[in-house]
Each structure stands twice: as C-alpha cells, then as structure tokens.
Design a protein around this ligand. Structure first.
Ligand SMILES: [Mg+2]
Length: 219
C-alpha cells in the first residue's frame, strides 16, 4: 500500500457524521434567547450569509444592533452547557448510519488524509464526536473558532493536512456543496437533503456505496 496519502477527505459533522438534528438547532436558539433576549431572527438560517455558529451570531447581532464581540463568549459558553446537558440524556447523539465504520476504515488507510471542518464551535463538536464514539485524537479539526466563514474553515483544514492529489469534502447541506464547489474540491453529498442535488451522492454510509462513490467515482 502506498504510504503517502493521495486523497484528502474532509468531513462535515452535523447530519454527516453525527445525528444531531434533533437538538442542535433548538439548543442554539435557546442559547441565543437566554443571552441576547428576544432578538429578531430571519425566517431560516439560509437567509444568513454564513451558516456557522459564529457567522449566524455575528449577523443576528448586527440585525439587532448588538455587539457580537461581547455576545460571542456568552452565547458560546451557554450553548456548550446546553449541549453538554443534552448529551447526558438518554437521547444523546449517535453516529449516522455506517459512519463509524467508514471513519475507522479511512483512518487506518494510509492512502487517505482525514480532517474535520465544521461550522460549529469546537467545544460542542468534540462533545458530539465523543458521544457518538468517533476516535478523533490527532485528527485535524477546524471550526467556527477559527473563522465565521465556512470556506475559510474548510481551507484552514486543508492547509493543515499533507498535500494530496485530490481533496474531497463530505457533507449533508447545500451550503457544504456550495463551499466545496467554490474551493474547487470534489464533493460527496450524504443524506436526503442533497438527493438529486449533486453528482456524487449516497443516502448514508452503509454498504459499499460510499466506497463506490469515492473510489470508483473519482478515478
Ligand atoms: Mg451538516
């Protein structure tokens, strides 16, 4: 086996590796309300320029005439407390179907350099990875603590990894697809939200579909 990685694979977290849809959004909104009060929010996150934990907060503060620099530490801390409490419950955070096996397999394969780039803050990202059982020690992880702009987070992750022939981003959101396209990366869409939206798509990480989309689809 070639000991030098020739493909960099960078994963999104929420909805891609971990099933956090059931609480992530609600707890973020709770943290916003508790810290900022009854601020006005746009109709959907898609109406914000940067759908990242820090990016949303900045624009919400701007929309409501508040100082984001003063609010960020408080909202980030409160959100972390809420997620931590959530992960103590029986309705914790599990990996998406097949994701743990694929993760472990790619980690053990020298042909791949693995990274994580997420729009979430780092503290909650690590909590969720731990709760879902992902082994991530030594893995390059870039997040909303590094930048509030998704493409900058992804680019920072890529820069921290060894040079490779190809870079692939794996995500579940339209913003993931758009960011990968703007960086000129290959993309694998996961889950129903991207069904029919991108050339390389898998419903989940079960069976051999990920490897088919990956190994045969790009070569
Ligand atoms: Mg996602």
């Amino acid at each position: 086996m070639d000991p030098v990685p020739n493909t960099c694979v960078i994963f999104d977290i929420d909805g891609t590796l971990v099933d956090s849809d059931g609480f992530e959004d609600a707890l973020y909104r709770t943290a916003l309300r508790e810290v900022l009060g009854d601020v006005r929010l746009r109709a959907s996150w898609a109406e914000y320029d940067n759908v990242t934990d820090a990016g949303l907060l900045r624009q919400i503060c701007a929309d409501n005439g508040l100082s984001a620099s003063r609010a960020e530490t408080s909202v980030r801390t409160r959100f972390g407390e809420l997620v931590s409490a959530q992960l103590q419950t029986t309705e914790s955070c599990s990996s998406t179907a097949g994701a743990l096996a694929v993760w472990d397999e790619l980690r053990a394969d020298d042909r791949f350099a693995l990274g994580i780039a997420t729009g979430g803050w780092g503290h909650t990202t690590r909590m969720k990875l731990d709760a879902a059982g992902f082994s991530h020690e030594g893995i390059v992880l870039r997040c909303s603590d590094d930048s509030h702009v998704r493409t900058q987070i992804m680019a920072a992750c890529r820069t921290a990894l060894p040079p490779t022939d190809h870079t692939v981003y794996v995500g579940d959101g339209l913003w993931d697809l758009a960011a990968a396209n703007s960086l000129g990366w290959r993309f694998i869409g996961v889950g129903q939200r991207l069904h029919g939206r991108c050339p390389r798509w898998i419903p989940d990480f079960l069976s051999s579909s990920f490897h088919d989309a990956f190994l045969s689809g790009f070569n």
